[in-house]
Write a protein that binds this ligand. Structure first.
Ligand code: GUN
Length: 299
């Protein structure tokens, strides 16, 4: 049984990216990332902090704009417009979720698609779905594809069952896996909360991706012996034996599934580090685009 370490693969990619940062710097360009955090949600603060730190470690200029919870939507749109116009900013990330009085779609659509390193703008979503033109793929699904390729599990020709249909993970992952290019050519089934006979479908998967958001929902009996299992879940469950009172776990019941699977990604140390790495990758790609160093979108 193989443990697919997102941590190790992320390190490998970050070393490659560092070289690209040095290369683009010979054109006088330092890749720049701007993160925008509205409010004081502790999880969002943690994530944004991790993204900024990872960017700096790579030689990417990173700036964080922190706005109060009650920031009017118009003000946030003004901040985005300023970042769109700033030539030193190649990537803009507005951390989600946003406070309720702000319409997320308005903000996402206000970001210049060429700086939308989250890959959430409808132009990027549409180009990815049709696999045409230049686009940024969203970080978590792009990270899953990289993990599969670099751990020796090319999805080409395989039956991949994605459990979860979110705009953040399930749907874009299905798009990526269907592309006629490296990391694609899969046969994809997307399951969700209304799927009947879920386990009879998951058991047909060569590659099973759990992106449901339900702690330890995928059990051993739902997995075909020898299958590759990628766990996108990040859940916290109560655990009074621990000082902090909870433990982090994925959507997969790891100890049970690892006895059945041929390969499995852990939580933590699986998809999480890959998500941040793909954000850095998109930011570097955006900077390279400004000096026309990207010939195709596979770069
Ligand atoms: N909130 C949770 N995941 C993400 C992400 O990938 N990007 C942004 N912008 N917000 C998030």
């Amino acid at each position: 049984m193989q443990i697919i370490s997102g941590r190790d693969i992320a390190q490998e990619i970050r070393a490659e990216l560092k070289k690209k940062v040095e290369q683009v710097s010979t054109y006088g360009v330092t890749p720049g990332l701007a993160t925008v955090l509205v409010g004081e949600d502790p999880a969002s603060q943690l994530y944004v902090g991790m993204k900024n730190r990872a960017a700096r470690e790579m030689g990417i200029n990173s700036r964080q704009i922190t706005l109060p919870e009650d920031t009017p939507e118009s003000e946030l749109l003004g901040v985005v417009a300023g970042l769109n116009a700033d030539p030193e900013v190649h990537g803009i990330l507005v951390q989600l979720p946003l406070p309720e009085h702000i319409t997320e779609g308005m903000v996402i659509e206000a970001i210049d698609p060429l700086k939308d390193v989250d890959g959430f703008h409808p132009i990027n979503v549409g180009r990815m779905a049709t696999d045409t033109g230049i686009y940024f793929a969203p970080c978590t699904p792009a990270g899953v594809v990289e993990m599969l390729l670099r751990s020796g599990h090319d999805p080409e020709g395989k039956h991949i069952v994605v459990v979860g249909r979110s705009n953040l993970v399930g749907r874009p992952l299905a798009s990526l896996l269907l592309r006629r290019q490296r990391g694609g050519n899969g046969t994809v089934t997307v399951c969700h909360s209304r799927t009947e006979n879920l386990s009879s479908i998951t058991r047909t998967a060569d590659i099973l991706v759990a992106a449901i958001g339900k702690a330890e929902m995928i059990t051993g009996d739902m997995v075909k012996p020898g299958a590759v299992v990628i766990d996108v879940g990040t859940n916290q469950v109560k655990d009074s034996t621990l000082e902090k009172g909870y433990r982090n776990c994925g959507d997969v019941l790891f100890d049970e599934v690892k006895e059945v699977a041929g390969a499995i990604s852990p939580v933590p140390g699986g998809v999480g580090p890959m998500t941040i790495t793909m954000l850095l990758s998109n930011t570097v790609k955006s900077a390279r685009l400004t000096v026309a160093m990207v010939e195709s979108d596979s770069d």
